[in-house]
Design a protein around this ligand. Structure first.
Ligand code: M6R
Length: 610
């Protein structure tokens, strides 16, 4: 979603800001803008543009701003008002002394706007953000820090703010509630940003602002206060990931790079978490006694993370016999879930900033549940809202379509299920050890699958003209079918539906004719023969079959137009394998259709508004 970067230092602000904005492009946006304090006049100036950042760069080239070493900038993902130049951030107050960039949503903006208009303020945009500039102006009495502090007390909703003021040209003010914001500490220069990749090549020293904190930032100093005015000593973290992690490193797209990183991601998780045959879940912060005491589990997550959660349900119920419900986080708190202190919540999120997931976690906590999270981004809001955290350490995921984070989430769920299984007698110790042994082989199996990408690319080319796809799977690969369909629709814009294959006869079969392609996950499993019957039903209606099958399966060829093989493994572990051909298929269809693979239209990498 929206991205923020602000700079105060001795360099020219514009190149620093534009460079940071480009690093935030992956979050998804539809307009952008920069605002600076002019070094000679101390006046504020801004440039804003719809569309991609190169449009903004061109505007600045054609219409340069003055010299400046202090500024704020923004990529906007439209919520209130169209993605045009006027609605792009930063936003001025009436006096043009104050400029604001904002991530999040101000829920009471209509009431505030009405009141501010009555007080004489003039609005130019349709955004919720503009009320913030005017609120700060309304509370301004010569001290910008005080004005921001007083102004934001009126806001309801989520916000991360960057503010500059022409009366106080040597300062950035930043504040947050609900939306992430960091301060980067440099040498004689400091930054604010919505996330680490924007500034990782400039500093590794990061302060994660907490909800309810406001920072004043000069070249030499960062002061942090609570909204109540109490000064706090912020923790300065040294972030670990290296600059190359946010580069394409020769791959055509981040998504392709991230698909190829999956063997490494999984191998790392196994190395860190499996010692001999012992599963180590450091970070869980739950004793064996506490783990044993849980009577039920809710998994809450969105999108791909939700699909990982569905795989988790199958695995935990199968191995540990604990009832698991999986909820789309956006629905969870509206259905009054039955929760008590015997309930364990597992929240799954790559970013750890998904507003719906955070809201679900807060709801569960208010009802007495323990919360553990599976999360990729260290220091995220979710990590702070959880009792225990299992970091996936998959490295930054830049492509909007989640790939390596999904594999890492599933892997963590297998490990958690194995851990929980040791408290029950649902499976024998021998079976447990066999799963652990097989899990360790999966990274090497990935190499074989990645070798089939030429074939998958050809299949994608031959089939991308189909206007609609069905993805079918059964049992533990039903979630894989949902995920395959999500991948395809989000990056190629082709309608795609994931279904449990057994459900096909109850509706989706009506879609089948010679113009439909169906991706069938038909790996060796107890439901293999039933899947073959489903495939035959599709063939009888002239539908085209793309099958994902197990190496050595010759029968499947008779029933399919195309087959992609994955290596043989335990049925339980097959979701870890079939994800890769599905990701590659979506990738090559998207490339073939000329879509924007890494930044698909309308989508944001982390969805920080509800
Ligand atoms: O950061 P999160 O894992 O919480 O994000 C959840 C979804 O927004 C995300 O998985 C989304 O569905 C992806 N674009 C899927 O590829």
């Amino acid at each position: 979603m929206c991205g923020i970067i602000g700079y105060i230092g001795s360099k020219q602000a514009i190149p620093v800001l534009l460079d940071g904005l480009k690093k935030l492009e992956y979050r998804g946006y539809d307009s952008s803008g920069v605002g600076i304090v002019c070094s000679s006049t101390h006046k504020l100036d801004l440039r804003k543009m719809h569309g991609k950042i190169h449009n903004l760069e061109k505007l600045i080239k054609d219409k340069p701003v003055g010299q400046s070493s202090v500024g704020i900038s923004h990529t906007r993902w439209a919520t209130h008002g169209a993605p045009n130049k006027v609605n792009a951030h930063p936003h001025f107050d009436c006096s043009k002394k104050i400029l604001v960039v904002h991530n999040g949503i101000i829920e009471n903006y209509e009431d505030l706007k009405r009141t501010l208009i009555q007080k004489g303020h003039k609005f130019v945009s349709e955004t919720d953000t503009e009320v913030i500039s005017h609120l700060i102006e309304q509370n301004y009495n010569g001290d910008i820090f005080e004005a921001v502090k007083k102004g934001i007390r009126h806001l309801r909703g989520a916000f991360a703010l960057g503010v500059i003021c022409s009366d106080d040209p040597e300062k950035l003010v930043a504040a947050r509630v609900g939306s992430p914001l960091i301060v980067g500490i440099g040498n004689g220069e400091n930054f604010i940003a919505s996330d680490v990749p924007a500034i990782i090549d400039k500093t590794k020293k990061i302060i994660y602002l907490k909800d309810g904190e406001i920072a004043t930032i000069t070249r030499q100093e960062v002061l942090v206060h609570t909204f109540a005015g109490k000064q706090v000593k912020p923790k300065v973290n040294i972030v670990k990931f290296d600059v190359d992690a946010v580069k394409k490193q020769g791959y055509a797209h981040f998504m392709l790079k991230e698909i190829h990183e999956q063997p490494e991601v999984l191998a790392k998780i196994i190395k860190e978490r499996i010692h001999g045959n012992r599963i180590s879940l450091d970070g869980l912060k739950l004793t064996e006694k506490q783990l044993k005491a849980f009577k039920n589990i809710y998994i809450v997550a969105c999108g791909t993370a939700y699909h990982a959660g569905l795989v988790g349900k199958y695995v935990i119920e199968k191995l540990a016999s604990i009832p698991v419900s999986v909820d789309a986080a956006s629905e969870f708190r509206y259905r009054d879930p039955i929760i008590d202190n015997k309930t364990l919540i597992i929240a799954i999120s790559q970013s750890g900033e998904t507003a719906d997931t955070l809201a679900a976690v807060r709801e569960a906590r208010s009802k007495g549940a323990k919360i553990i999270s599976i999360c990729n981004v260290v220091g995220s809001s979710l990590s702070r809202d959880s009792d225990g955290i299992l970091y996936t350490h998959a490295g930054p995921e830049i492509g909007v379509a989640s790939t390596k984070a999904y594999i890492a989430q599933i892997a963590m769920l297998y490990l958690l299920a194995l851990k929980l299984s040791s408290h029950t007698d649902k499976i024998s110790e021998r079976a447990r050890l066999e799963i652990i042994k097989e899990l360790k082989t999966i990274p090497s199996l990935y190499k074989d699958i990645l070798k089939t990408k030429g074939l998958i690319s050809k299949i994608a080319k031959k089939n991308s003209h189909f206007g609609c796809f069905l993805f079918l799977g059964r049992n533990i690969n039903y979630p894989s079918a949902l995920e395959g369909a999500l991948k395809l629709k989000e990056i190629s814009y082709i309608p795609a539906e994931g279904y449990a294959a057994g459900e096909m006869k109850h509706g989706p079969i009506a879609l089948i004719d010679e113009y439909r392609a169906v991706v069938c996950i038909a790996v060796q499993s107890p439901t293999y023969e039933k899947m073959i019957s489903n495939i035959q039903e599709i063939r009888a209606r002239k539908g085209k079959i793309i099958a994902i099958a197990t190496q050595g399966d010759q029968t499947i060829k008779k029933h399919s137009n195309h087959v992609v093989y994955v290596p043989r493994t335990l049925d339980l572990l097959t979701p870890l394998l079939v994800a890769l051909p599905l990701q590659l298929f979506a990738y090559y269809v998207s490339v073939g259709l000329g879509c924007d693979v890494d930044q698909p239209r309308n989508l944001a990498k982390s969805v920080t508004v509800e």
